[in-house]
Design a binder for this molecule. Structure first.
Ligand SMILES: *Cc1c(COP(=O)(O)O)cnc(C)c1O
Length: 501
């Protein structure tokens, strides 16, 4: 299987090149030229597989320049019971909300307690193998812009991985105290963490710019290094996310929640549009899906886009209690509009250029129609997020985080508006303890000024929900990183950290 850039179909690469490079030289994103097709018989076979088995099947269909042994090794190293708490890294909790059945797909049992682990525990294995195939011994420098969770998950995945260095930028006021503490205490000899004065979009734009500045790439090459990406612009990040939509479908069949062939809805709390796009790819491969429900917080640029076909990032930026979704430029939307426009690289490039120059673009009528048919967009504010956490806890004794609560709240609106009772998978993206303050405020009226770990304990006391070890063990760790730069200073920071002049 070959991959090409969304902004230039003639830029064609192998899977390992797509993963090693991260982003195309022209600034476009790599996409598979065609998708494998899974019939109901394929799904029937997969009913007999565990998570690792499904992962091996999916990866071998996409990574055609990897050997079976290489894929097996990547999967076996990534999805261990030690790292994910059990042999099923993506279990489903069956709950009810306002009379609607929720199939909550818990994607946060990995080492950093967010769904990013599902991809970032395996990406370093994909990447080191890809580098061996494609890059005459160069070291990979992973640049990451994070709204909080990617940074930690990437650090944890890449720490002390041979022939890699990783530099993470996060918005100085844009992450939760727990997220910040997780990143600044990171161990490893090849890691660097730096705050930037700006929001996530500034960090992401800065990283993309460094990536595509030839002069910087040349300097790295002179020092036997090259850039790569662990953000969801890297195909190696998206691919592992396809697996859990297929595994959750199989699990619903096995638990008699649906019959093989029945359609499901998928609800995803969305920021950069990576997670929901993975579910869309699974659908294009044959997963029976009725509707993709794209849930946003007050930064509702995607809700408006789905409803109108106009993407307009010129709007107020809100800092919300679901910070991993505080994003106005959703990078992976580029892959969706490329696909929905019939793989039209010229149109995609035109729209992306408009986004860069005007902060705004409008897709064609065909694409608008296609989006409306498959997607529903909705959003909720911080108050609705909190009341959802509170109600779900009161009714079901189940604690969810702020991002998952956005998904549940938007799903509730969707059902009220449409009456659609199709069985639905809700992607649950983080442990509630990563956002203790907001979750605690939702379930208790009396939150005095406490430090982060006192809040964790209090939340545990009130709810009895176990605190994940990777979070409780952070308490005594000292911060190693305190750098802050403005977004113009990012390039110098990178060169300095790498010792490159
Ligand atoms: C990253 C993240 C999201 C958004 O996912 P995208 O793939 O960027 O759309 C949602 N919730 C949490 C907890 C996250 O860490």
């Amino acid at each position: 299987m070959l991959y090409n850039s969304t902004e230039n179909k003639n830029e064609v690469v192998s899977a390992s090149q797509a993963i090693a490079q991260g982003i195309s030289k022209d600034g476009g994103l790599f996409v598979p030229q065609e998708l494998p097709e899974y019939s109901l018989d394929t799904f029937k076979d997969l009913l007999n597989s565990d998570y690792k088995g499904i992962a091996k099947k999916v990866f071998s269909d996409f990574l055609s320049d990897f050997t079976e042994d290489e894929i097996n090794e990547c999967v076996e190293k990534a999805y261990t019971a030690e790292k994910f708490g059990s042999d099923n890294p993506a279990p489903i909790s069956y709950k009810k909300f306002n009379g609607n059945e929720l199939n909550i797909l818990e994607l946060w049992h990995g080492p950093t307690c967010a769904f990013k682990d599902m991809a970032l525990q395996i990406l370093p294995h994909f990447l080191t193998k890809s580098l061996k195939k494609t890059n005459d011994g160069k070291d990979a420098v992973i640049l990451v812009a994070t709204s909080g969770d990617t940074g930690k998950a990437a650090l944890e995945g890449f720490k002390d991985v041979e022939h890699t260095k990783i530099i993470v930028f996060y918005p100085v006021d844009g992450v939760s105290p727990m997220q910040k503490h997780q990143m600044t205490t990171q161990s490893g000899n090849n890691v660097n963490v730096c705050a930037i004065e700006g929001n996530f979009d500034d960090a992401q734009t800065g990283v993309k710019k460094i990536f595509t500045t030839e002069e910087v790439a040349d300097k790295l090459a002179d020092n036997n290094m090259m850039f790569s990406s662990a953000n969801s612009i890297n195909w190696g990040r998206l691919l592992p996310q396809i697996v859990y939509y297929i595994s959750s479908y199989c699990e619903l069949v096995k638990n008699n929640k649906i019959s093989l062939g029945d359609k499901i809805n998928v609800v995803v709390p969305t920021g950069n549009f990576g997670n929901i796009l993975a579910s869309y790819y699974a659908y294009c491969m044959g997963l029976p899906v009725n509707k993709f429900i794209c849930a946003s917080n007050s930064n509702n640029v995607l809700t408006d886009f789905i409803n109108t076909g106009v993407y307009d990032k010129n709007r107020k930026f809100y800092t919300t209690i679901s910070p991993s979704m505080d994003i106005l430029v959703s990078s992976n939307l580029e892959r969706l509009i490329y696909k929905l426009s019939g793989d039209d690289d010229v149109l995609t490039k035109e729209w992306m250029n408009k986004l860069k120059t005007d902060g705004k673009y409008e897709v064609s009528d065909n694409v608008k129609e296609a989006i409306k048919k498959e997607f529903y967009g909705g959003y909720c504010d911080d108050n609705e997020t909190k009341s959802t956490i509170s109600k779900l806890f009161k009714d079901e004794n189940y604690l969810c985080d702020t991002h998952t609560a956005v998904a549940i709240s938007v799903y509730d609106k969707y059902v009220s508006e449409t009456g659609d009772r199709t069985p639905t998978v809700i992607a649950s993206t983080a442990s509630p303890y990563k956002f203790s303050k907001s979750v605690l405020q939702a379930v208790s009226d009396n939150v005095a000024d406490m430090n982060e770990f006192d809040m964790v304990n209090k939340l545990n006391e009130i709810t009895g929900v176990e605190v994940p070890k990777p979070l409780s063990s952070l308490k005594d760790k000292k911060a190693r990183f305190s750098d802050v730069v403005n977004s113009d200073g990012m390039q110098d920071y990178v060169l300095k950290s790498l010792g490159v002049k």
